[in-house]
Ligand binder design. Structure first.
Ligand SMILES: Cc1ncc(COP(=O)(O)O)c(C=O)c1O
Length: 602
């Protein structure tokens, strides 16, 4: 999020001229006689257009506001008194952009903000104080978690230069920035510009960005490193994906299908017996209950709609465990589009039920017979196909991997997981974020979705679990962050398993979905910056965890998800912590393996 900065209570021309150099988003002028910052004379300054001039008023007549707005060329009107929605309506009708301020304490009823929604561009949440603002008092920002409205807001009240971390850590999806005033003053209406400058720099420096930039980079990872022959396809997608997915038509169809076809929202289930065992509060995000049995369908629904918007007729995909292949074949059947799924020969053998499902859904399953005959080889085949059929074909990638814009696009589609979690946690725990989120990482799409809305909330520990296979030390592993180095795979700069000559080495895991020699660039960035904690679970630990969940909660997890569950044994918890494990899929496809284990136990 680009944090908006409003500096309020300005008066002196010289001081304003200095402030302009810092390029705040809003400069506020207070027109209220009782305020020591009351403005009477017009400051002699030219304020650039991109800085919005805001007039602050307390219960003034419409005529007074109109007069000041004209005199001062105000862009925004901020209302700090008991102005009614009807009064706001009148101002809006006259063409003013409004900010309505509310004074917040524990008794504040957020219902009252609803009536102002349609008239205001922004709300400003301030502390209660003797004066209508500029009191230097802060309030408990967590009270704002009760605010469920759609209007974005600025935080205000006693913010000073010691509060960089508080400002950055506060998390609310409608939080757009801050309003500073008395905390940065030499005397009323005279700001300490050096102090604001330092504060702004700290906000910018401390703000580690976990989202892709325009070129698809997460820090130094990501980008689009592709052969020239793919350039056109990728450029076409890059140029259009945001406009398509942000369009109303797309969002309507996407949400409708997620609800009625996929069965979302998936429950956030409090696992009572598992919680008792680990002496903490464990919630399972039930992606296993999605249509087709895993989180993969969130992404395929999104991408098939993108493909349709781009006018593509033929869909290609690669798959490891078969879950993404099934999810792709499913949406192609739904949309009546041709579907070709590339799958390693080894994976075809170990995921027979999913192969049958894809075929029944009308897809052609093409075996990849080179290399290890697993996911990376299937990926190579899919890319070859795309190069050969650039015009009519859409490559539907199944994880947060591949050239930009795929990692960002897939993360956006999977972000529905953490979006729902925010609402469900608020209902169940009174707080919209957990202490820890645990998710398995193959390419990293279920983890990206479960982390997405918490990436910037440092109160939430993000725990990614890779497949250690037979153990990292054995070399028979898929734990990319542990054994991998920087390089390019699948068109993206990231961490991958490679030898000294840059050749990709064979990963190994019992779980076909985690058996991938790279991680998406977001995860490489989370790993390198320390924002994510990366753990591993061996085959044996994952199997144990799968049986444990089945016996304690009556839920048979996918082998991939069992890796996330296995991390419970590796972490320490406090009794009052809230933990979410993203249960990415159900275990039906892995029954053959589970039956083998059952037979050895007898
Ligand atoms: C159930 C399940 N979970 C997790 C994964 C791993 O993929 P990702 O890391 O993209 O979530 C897969 C991949 O097929 C899967 O089927």
């Amino acid at each position: 999020m680009m944090m908006k900065l409003k500096v309020c209570g300005m008066r002196s021309s010289e001081n304003i001229n200095e402030l302009i150099k810092l390029n705040p988003d809003f400069i506020g002028f207070i027109f209220h006689e009782k305020s020591p910052r009351n403005v009477i004379e017009l400051p002699q300054v030219v304020i650039p257009k991109n800085i919005k001039k805001t007039g602050v008023f307390v219960d003034k007549s419409l005529e007074f506001i109109q007069e000041k707005a004209q005199q001062f060329g105000l862009d925004y009107i901020q209302l700090h008194g008991n102005e009614t929605p009807k009064y706001c309506d009148e101002l809006k009708t006259k063409g003013f952009k409004l900010i309505k301020a509310f004074n917040i304490n524990a008794d504040f009823d957020f219902e009252q903000t609803k009536d102002y929604e349609s008239y205001c561009e922004l709300f400003l949440f301030d502390a209660f104080g003797k004066q209508a603002g500029g009191n230097g008092i802060t309030f408990n920002w967590e009270l704002l978690q009760k605010y469920k409205g759609n209007t974005p807001f600025l935080l205000s009240g006693g913010i000073n230069n010691t509060m960089v971390k508080n400002v950055l850590d506060f998390n609310h999806k409608k939080y757009k920035g801050i309003d500073i005033n008395s905390g940065f003053e030499l005397k009323p209406a005279l700001k300490n510009i050096e102090m604001i400058k330092e504060f702004k720099a700290k906000l910018n420096n401390n703000k580690m960005n976990y989202h892709a930039n325009e070129d698809g980079f997460y820090g130094k990872f990501g980008g689009a490193f592709i052969p020239e022959m793919l350039y056109h396809n990728v450029a076409e997608l890059k140029a259009n994906y945001l406009e398509i997915i942000n369009s109303e038509a797309f969002q309507e169809e996407f949400k409708d299908l997620l609800k009625h076809y996929v069965g979302r929202p998936t429950p956030l289930y409090y696992a009572k017996r598992l919680s008792a065992k680990y002496k903490t509060n464990i919630f399972l995000k039930r992606e296993d209950l999605n249509h087709t049995g895993a989180h993969k369908i969130n992404n395929t629904i999104g991408q098939i709609l993108v493909a349709k918007h781009l006018g593509k007729k033929r869909i290609i995909a690669e798959t490891g465990a078969g879950q993404h292949g099934v999810a792709t074949a499913t949406v192609c059947a739904l949309m009546n589009l041709e579907c070709i799924v590339y799958m390693g020969e080894v994976d075809i053998a170990r995921q027979a039920p999913n192969v049958a499902r894809m075929k029944m859904l009308g897809a052609t399953v093409k075996p990849a017979i080179s290399g290890s005959k697993t996911l990376k080889d299937a990926t190579n085949e899919a890319i070859r196909d795309w190069i050969a059929n650039p015009e009519d074909t859409y490559y539907l990638i199944g994880s947060v991997v591949g050239p930009h814009p795929y990692p960002d696009m897939v993360a956006r589609f999977q972000a529905i997981i953490s979006k729902e979690m925010q609402v469900q946690l608020a209902e169940k725990t009174g707080r919209n974020y957990p202490d820890k989120i645990i998710a398995c990482v193959g390419g990293g799409s279920n983890a990206a979705g479960a982390f997405y809305h918490y990436l910037d909330n440092e109160n939430v520990a993000l725990i990614a679990v890779e497949a250690d296979g037979l153990g990292v030390a054995t070399g028979e592993t898929a734990a990319t962050t542990q054994v991998g180095t920087e390089g390019i795979i699948h068109g993206s700069k990231t961490l991958l398993m490679q030898n000294s000559e840059g050749q990709i080495t064979e990963p190994y895991s019992i779980s076909a979905g985690l058996d991938y020699p790279g991680v998406g660039p977001l995860h490489a960035h989370l790993f390198k910056t320390g924002r994510g904690t990366f753990l591993g679970a061996t085959d044996a630990e994952a199997l144990d965890a799968a049986f444990e969940l089945t016996q304690l909660e009556g839920i048979i997890p996918a082998l991939e998800s069992a890796h996330a569950l296995a991390a419970l044994k590796k972490l320490t918890f406090k009794t009052n912590e809230n933990i979410v494990v993203n249960l990415s899929g159900r275990g039906d496809k892995d029954m053959e393996m589970y039956i083998k284990i059952l037979n050895t136990k007898q």
